[in-house]
Design a protein. Structure first.
Lengths: 162, 437
């Protein structure tokens, strides 16, 4: 099972790096908006395209962080009931809910690609195409699915070891 | 057999709650049931792309930048040492009052809430500063931990507040007006918390037996210099929104940039706490925006089922006072708050509750303040009050049950504030109605 551990580590590492890239965009996003406001107020000279660049950065910031947020259990869930059940029952519920999550997130990854690849829209001012940012939905869905598969294998593994 | 839209909607709603209790992440269960519902009521082809489209639209919507900006602003405020400074200042001024250290904790929490959007962070930082101090002066552990956990909830009401932003996002109300509407109720609630502490200590002086040593006037005046920084930032950010100089998003950027520069100049920002602040912002923003995306998919399904419209017309046609319905909704929020976190509670209820509120003729901004107050209550109600567990994580020697008991009087003051704002809606609406834009 050493190869499995290696793959799992690789996925988790990748998700961490993706999130790090996304979150570092918050600093330019913050400075750009602040500069835009100051430019507008002081010299009546806003930064052209600041809003659309910020929106694209927000898309990267959020979508690249989706899988890592799942890894650190950041997506809220109610564990009150599961925690009170006997361990085997809790694990079975985990398997069921992870499978259901995997189902909808795979649809997200698949449709993210289908919807994104047809996109021809460009931004109003700077004419930046939307396509690569739309495709990030698919990337987010793909890596989130991989995280869910890791969860699934962990729950099944613990269930079998009992 | 085919089900009519309303029955489908009801089954869908029940299914969401069922999946929630099985432990499925809330955002995913909303998306899944929304998808299934749309597929059933419309067609599979119509349902397939909805989630992908919604996720993109939510994550690339410029006004939502306000969420990471307000969170990172609080992160920078924390790493610049503002929490310590605020506590020091309030402590110098208020420590001689009955239960003075508890009152200082509430004051410092309110002060920090004015520059931070996250309430859990407030409770955690305050816990590590104020709890040892109160222990040193032999304060009753319930009073001590209760005041920290309750003080932490102020972050949800006093702007900048993520609660108001999400309410604004879900109901398409002006986020600027909502944030401004939170100021007066926030001050009232902080004062009510302080009143509770004074009252408790007056009735039972044993709760705060030792009075800390006195402070000279010179020390008090010097301590004031610790307050000017957060005060100036609050005035800049909220004043800017109030005067119509900038939007909440721009205010978030200005506030975050200022605090970023302040902590750089003070040499308080290093690689580690910068990464920590950014990571917190990413984690909370992703969580919130994914919940909103899930809620939007689910709302689309609910709209197809015509439930929100039917419920709204039905309630409006009831021959009862709208305030009875209002009281009933508050009870529901109190109940949901026991096991749901604040944002999920809002996301799950708004699609049905908001049309009812509008149909009954209530002011949407006023109702936003009420809902945010009820979400604050949810942060300290058993068995799943988030702030309780945060405080329990920091203050290790007080059992969770004691912290819950300690927060009970504060919970009552939240309900009293809700009542007060219901009777005098002007308390919430006065400031937004005077806004220039």
């Amino acid at each position: 099972m050493r190869w499995f551990e290696a793959i799992k580590k690789g996925i988790q590492r990748t998700d961490f790096y993706l999130c790090s890239v996304g979150m570092s965009l918050l600093i330019p996003m913050m400075l750009l908006t602040a500069a835009d406001v100051i430019g507008r107020a002081a010299w009546a000279q806003p930064i052209p395209g600041a809003v659309e660049v910020s929106s694209y950065m927000l898309a990267c910031f959020v979508l690249l962080g989706v899988a890592y947020t799942h890894q650190v259990k950041g997506h809220v869930r109610i564990s009150m009931l599961v925690a009170r059940l006997p361990q085997w029952a809790g694990l079975i519920l985990d398997v069921i809910t992870t499978l259901l999550s995997l189902f909808i997130i795979s649809i997200l990854a698949w449709q993210g690609w289908i919807v994104g690849i047809e996109q021809r829209t460009v931004s109003d001012m700077l004419r930046i195409p939307q396509l690569p940012f739309r495709l990030l939905v698919s990337v987010a869905g793909l890596f989130l699915s991989l995280e869910l598969l890791i969860d699934l294998s962990a729950s099944i593994g613990r269930l079998l070891r009992r | 057999m085919t089900l009519d839209p309303i029955t489908t909607g009801v089954i869908g709603t029940l299914l969401v709650f069922f999946l929630l209790f099985l432990g499925m992440p809330i955002a995913f269960s909303l998306m899944l049931v929304g998808f299934a519902g749309i597929a059933y009521l419309s067609s599979l082809e119509a349902a397939l792309p909805v989630a992908a489209r919604t996720v993109y639209e939510v994550s690339a919507y410029y006004p939502y930048t306000v969420i990471p900006l307000f969170i990172v602003m609080g992160g920078f405020a924390g790493s610049s040492g503002m929490t310590h400074e605020l506590y020091r200042a309030f402590d110098k001024w208020l420590r001689r009052l009955p239960g003075g250290l508890g009152i200082a904790t509430i004051g410092a929490c309110a002060g920090f809430a004015a520059v931070s959007g996250s309430s859990v962070a407030t409770a955690a930082t305050m816990g590590s500063i104020a709890a040892p101090e109160m222990k040193r002066f032999r304060y009753d552990p319930r009073l001590a931990t209760g005041s920290i956990a309750a003080g932490g909830t102020l972050g949800f009401l006093i702007p900048p507040s993520i609660g108001f932003i999400v309410y604004g996002m879900l109901t398409e109300q002006s986020i600027g007006k909502l944030l401004i509407a939170g100021i007066i109720p926030g001050v009232i609630l902080a004062a009510a918390y302080m009143g509770i502490i004074v009252l408790k200590v007056k009735v039972n002086p044993g709760l705060a037996p030792v009075s800390p040593e006195p402070v000279t006037w010179r020390e008090k005046l010097v301590a004031l210099t610790d307050i000017w920084e957060p005060l100036a930032i609050f005035l800049l950010v909220m004043g800017g929104i109030y005067m119509g100089f900038f939007t909440p998003t721009e205010a978030g950027a200005i506030g975050a940039t200022t605090l970023f520069l302040v902590s750089l100049i003070k040499r308080k920002l290093n690689g580690r706490n910068l990464a920590q602040a950014l990571q917190e912002a990413a984690r909370i923003s992703v969580m919130v925006l994914f919940l909103v995306a899930g809620a939007n998919v689910f709302s689309y399904f609910l709209a197809l089922s015509t439930i929100p419209m039917k419920v709204a017309t039905w309630t409006a046609g009831l021959q009862v006072s709208p305030y009875l319905v209002h009281a009933f909704m508050i009870l529901i929020y109190l109940f949901l708050g026991c096991f749901l976190d604040a944002i999920s509670m809002m996301v799950l209820t708004m699609p049905v509750v908001f049309p009812v509120v509008v149909a009954l003729g209530f002011d949407p901004i006023w109702f936003g303040v009420i809902v945010v107050l009820m979400m604050e209550a949810g942060l300290i109600t058993p068995p799943l009050g988030l702030n309780i567990f945060t405080v329990a994580g920091v203050v290790k020697d007080v059992p969770v049950e004691d912290i819950f008991r300690g927060t009970l009087p504060f919970l009552l003051s939240i309900l009293a504030t809700v009542l007060l704002i219901t009777i005098f809606p002007k308390l919430a609406l006065l400031l937004p109605s005077m806004m220039l834009r």
